[in-house]
Write a protein that binds this ligand. Structure first.
Ligand SMILES: [Zn+2]
Length: 455
């Protein structure tokens, strides 16, 4: 280990207790973004971060007002010739309801063994704090090997409504070589994880309309087509019996995964039993010809998210419903385009819907998938830092969900993101009793110290 890394790690040992106390203050701030109730708390939290980043030596730190909650931005330029990293974070947290399921108050951090319980402890104040702790130790013991810009928004949990506009407006201020986004987690405490691909989404509402109002099923059954029956038949036809999606052209643009990727994914050790165990299902579904881990990360899907039609109260009522409605979402992979999926979906309906009903399909939201290039700057240095800390090669993972900010940063700033983090799958983020595994966060700090010095 180089002298300079040793010094920074020692420095962190000295700073640790004080940093922990400050972390508790950060967690006590109820920075809930979804209502106006906490507007003041949001301002205070942003100011707290501006102050902390200035205190540890950032040459510039500022809070930018937006339509809702401020964006914190800070930078430290060590040498304009060196590469620049943009760190991403969000200081807002999810609401706390249902409050009575919390075993301790969500904004009064509570220590139990290795776990610290508080709203935001894992998602993602604990992650922000790991980066700030590492930056502080490096800046106090030597100097960064890379220029650092830090953007921390306060609206991630409500879909980041101000972020894209802010990035468009401040492109040159935010110019960088790559992004480090620690808002994802690890798959297990001994498996440091880097996410290099995210699935996109196309969300639809499909409405099948029949008679002008609900009808008596005795008087009209047999002559008027039942919209609920029609919708069910359509949904059934959206997959074949091997789990393949039957919308025309659905797989046309799907990028096949490389052999290398396939090998990497199999290293995750996530098999059929893993999914059976965590979901509690007797057997898995989906495309038979692919491994479960590929089906979640590298294959597109179509799922009904909700169904509504006719009489859904207790007891019985004999009607032919006037309409039937389904919310349907497709998870997309590179290089599918939500608009093209919409065209395929329309074509499917034109071919399949009988003339006895009327159909209407709306694309409610859509976002393409994201995949980082293998050449992402900083990726090798980050892998090395994780390996030196955990003594294992980090796992590279495709994530089944979406992180829209990574896609937007690619589109607006033209840079790839290293998506990672030191939270664990059982941190209960977004749920009551959210917690953070402190020894893992600690390792994260060490890895980040190595990373910030590793260029
Ligand atoms: Zn988050």
């Amino acid at each position: 280990m180089t002298q300079i890394i040793r010094k920074a790690l020692d420095q962190h040992q000295d700073d640790k207790e004080k940093l922990f106390q400050e972390f508790l203050s950060f967690l006590r701030m109820p920075s809930v973004s979804n209502s106006n109730e906490h507007k003041e708390d949001m301002l205070k939290t942003a100011d707290f971060l501006v102050k902390k980043l200035s205190d540890i030596g950032f040459q510039h730190a500022e809070s930018f007002p937006t339509g809702r909650h401020p964006i914190v931005y800070a930078e430290y330029v060590v040498d304009p010739e060196k590469p620049t990293i943009l760190l991403y974070g969000h200081y807002d947290v999810q609401p706390t309801d249902p409050l009575d399921e919390w075993r301790s108050a969500p904004f009064e951090p509570h220590l139990e063994g290795d776990y610290l319980y508080a709203r935001g402890a894992s998602d993602m104040k604990g992650q922000i704090w790991a980066t700030i702790s590492a930056l502080q130790s490096v800046l106090q013991s030597s100097d960064l090997a890379i220029n650092v810009k830090y953007l921390i928004e306060g609206e991630e949990e409500i879909g980041s409504p101000s972020l894209a506009g802010f990035m468009e407006e401040h492109k040159s201020m935010l110019a960088c070589d790559f992004v480090l986004n620690p808002d994802a987690g690890m798959i297990a405490p001994d498996k440091p994880t880097i996410v290099y691909a995210l699935r996109g989404l196309a969300y639809f509402e499909l409405k099948i309309t029949g008679p002008k109002s609900d009808l008596h099923s005795g008087s009209f059954g047999g002559v008027v087509a039942n919209p609920a029956n029609v919708l069910s038949r359509l949904i059934a036809a959206m997959h074949d019996n091997k789990g393949k999606v039957m919308l025309p052209g659905f797989y046309d643009d799907v990028r096949e995964i490389t052999e290398n990727e396939s090998l990497e994914l199999s290293r995750l050790g996530i098999d059929e039993n893993f999914y059976k165990k965590i979901s509690g299902v007797p057997n898995l579904g989906g495309e038979e010809d692919f491994d479960p881990i590929e089906r979640v990360g590298a294959r597109p899907t179509l799922d009904v998210n909700g169904l509504y039609s006719g009489f859904i109260e207790k007891g019985a009522k004999t009607i032919i419903p006037a309409f039937a409605l389904a919310k349907i979402s497709c998870r997309l992979v590179p290089d599918q385009d939500p608009q093209k999926v919409l065209i395929g979906f329309r074509k499917f309906l034109e071919e399949q819907v009988p003339s006895s009903v009327i159909w209407e399909l709306k694309l409610m939201s859509g976002a393409p998938a994201y995949i980082a290039g293998e050449e992402t700057p900083g990726l090798e240095a980050f892998k090395k830092a994780l390996k030196a800390t955990w003594n294992v090669d980090p796992v590279l993972k495709r994530e089944g969900g979406s992180i829209p900010v990574a896609t937007e940063m690619k589109e607006i700033l033209g840079v790839d993101s290293i998506i990672t983090g030191f939270g664990l799958p059982d941190d209960q983020i977004h749920s009551p009793n959210e917690r953070l595994h402190l020894p893992t966060q600690q390792k994260g700090v060490e890895a980040l110290i190595r990373f910030f010095l590793g260029f």
